[in-house]
Design a protein around this ligand. Structure first.
Ligand SMILES: Cc1cc2nc3c(=O)[nH]c(=O)nc-3n(C[C@H](O)[C@H](O)[C@H](O)COP(=O)(O)OP(=O)(O)OC[C@H]3O[C@@H](n4cnc5c(N)ncnc54)[C@H](O)[C@@H]3O)c2cc1C
Length: 269
């Protein structure tokens, strides 16, 4: 439970309210799976769960992408090079990468939810021959809210993956798609027996996507969600993230849809 102190190595502004911090983790032995998270402690302010958004292959750095919503995320987003952050983790279950060899992958992200999926994308592209077709669907509120623009321009040039981007509201010189993420699914043909879907974003977005995936016959056990419910301890003590018998900090945040199906359609849990 005691945080390790790490220094900020690099700060990259993604959007007006979102920052990617690269922490120097050399000297600490840390390995993580795509989809896991750390508890980041802004000293004297507080501690919050944040997904690891960097390349799982890099052991010398830890990358997190943080959106300002309250006191702790604001303090983290104001960090500068060489500032100290407390780090506990990695925690939780990540995306089930070991079970996916040969599968077609449908990766669906909304807003800051893409932070939890970026490590997965980096992992599958590094091991590209192991997977079938890869489709990446991403949406944000406005063009200015689209995360990881440099990654996207590189990924969009690749011929071995399909990348679809949409915004809720066009602004400036945006010439791309306008609409919600679930609408993108109509552009993606998939073979229901060979496809596995990974989703992270606002729960309302995930509900509509899951409904569409089910309508098109994707089995529940081929759908994985990152359920980023508010949590405090990250080790199953505090109960903040309890979702019936699941503690999402330990049994999640990535969880198979069939495990939470009966609760998922209820608005308030
Ligand atoms: C497993 C996990 C991974 C996460 N990964 C990331 C990430 O990669 N990047 C990122 O920016 N954020 C991520 N979050 C969300 C982040 O933890 C919260 O935004 C943060 O805890 C808010 O703390 P705060 O003190 O800044 O704001 P607070 O004052 O605590 O909250 C501000 C507002 O946001 C709401 N809120 C807080 N946490 C959540 C939540 N988890 N879901 C929905 N609403 C919430 C509060 O109810 C309140 O209305 C993740 C959360 C979880 C559980």
């Amino acid at each position: 439970m005691v945080p390790r102190t790490m220094r900020v190595q690099r700060v990259r502004r993604e959007t007006a309210d979102t920052v990617t911090l690269t922490l120097d983790s050399s000297g600490h032995t840390i390995s993580f799976e795509p989809g896991q998270f750390n508890m980041l402690y802004a000293f004297a302010v507080g501690e919050v769960p944040i997904s690891i958004s960097g390349d799982p292959n890099r052991v010398d750095e830890l990358v997190h992408t943080i959106k300002v919503v309250g006191a702790v995320t604001r303090a983290l987003c104001q960090m500068r090079k060489d500032d100290a952050i407390g780090v506990r983790g990695p925690y939780g279950r990540g995306w089930p990468i070991r079970e996916l060899a040969g599968a077609d992958l449908l990766i669906i992200a909304g807003g800051i939810g893409f932070a939890a999926l970026r490590a997965l994308v980096l992992h599958v592209l590094r091991h590209r021959p192991l997977f079938g077709q890869i489709s990446l669907l991403f949406g944000a509120r406005t063009p200015g809210d689209l995360l990881f623009p440099r990654d996207f321009s590189a990924w969009q040039k690749r011929t071995d993956m399909q990348t679809l981007v949409t915004v809720d509201r066009a602004e400036g010189d945006w010439r791309g798609r306008v609409g919600v993420v679930p609408a993108l699914l109509s552009e993606v043909p998939f073979e229901r027996n060979h496809t596995v879907a990974f989703l992270c974003g606002p729960e309302v977005m995930m509900r509509f996507c899951v409904r569409e995936l089910e309508r098109r016959g994707l089995p529940d056990e081929h759908i994985y969600l990152s359920m980023e419910r508010n949590m405090k301890c990250a080790v199953g003590f505090c109960g903040h993230c309890q979702y019936r018998e699941n503690f999402l900090c330990k049994d999640g945040p990535v969880i198979g849809f069939e495990r939470i199906r009966s609760l998922f359609w209820q608005r308030e849990i």
